[in-house]
Design a protein around this ligand. Structure first.
Ligand code: I3S
Length: 128
């Protein structure tokens, strides 16, 4: 779901299931581990929770706690090159602290919406 606000229709909250892997942590390459991940954009934070389970609300439920969170402020997004992944529709997200993630969906409308939301969030919060 997407809650839109303001003149630019920038989503401030958005969530959904995406395929996610970290590729770099604190500037150091780590092994890929693609996982279907419940992803929540909240303000300038992007939160991830694995194992979305049987449909219990992530916020209300206790079975899938947020596992990982990144601050989008000062980060960047681009479409990943073929060298980064053989998959289609892959976003490369880099954070200010040197974490790099790949975010993918088989559904191009879904990944395009996420690309737009992440880009707009980064632009909106760039100078905070
Ligand atoms: O960039 P890589 O190393 O080709 O990434 C692939 C591997 O992580 C592979 O796992 P193992 O090498 O542990 O078996 C994954 O299964 C692939 O999905 C990774 O590549 P893609 O192109 O799917 O991101």
């Amino acid at each position: 779901s997407t809650i839109k606000h303001g003149l630019h229709n920038t989503p401030s909250e958005k969530c959904g299931v995406l395929n996610v892997t970290k590729i770099t942590e604190h500037g150091k390459k780590v092994r890929k581990n693609w996982a279907s991940t419940w992803t929540v954009l909240q303000g300038s934070s992007l939160l991830f929770a694995k194992g979305q389970g049987s449909g219990t609300s992530w916020f209300g439920g206790n079975q899938s706690k947020p596992e990982f969170m990144v601050d989008l402020r000062g980060g960047s997004v681009e479409w990943a090159s073929k060298e980064k992944s053989s998959k289609k529709h892959v976003i490369e997200l880099k954070t200010r602290v040197g974490t790099e993630l790949l975010i993918q969906s088989e559904i191009d409308t879904v990944i395009n919406d996420w690309f737009r939301a992440l880009s707009e969030t980064i632009n909106t919060h760039a100078w905070e």
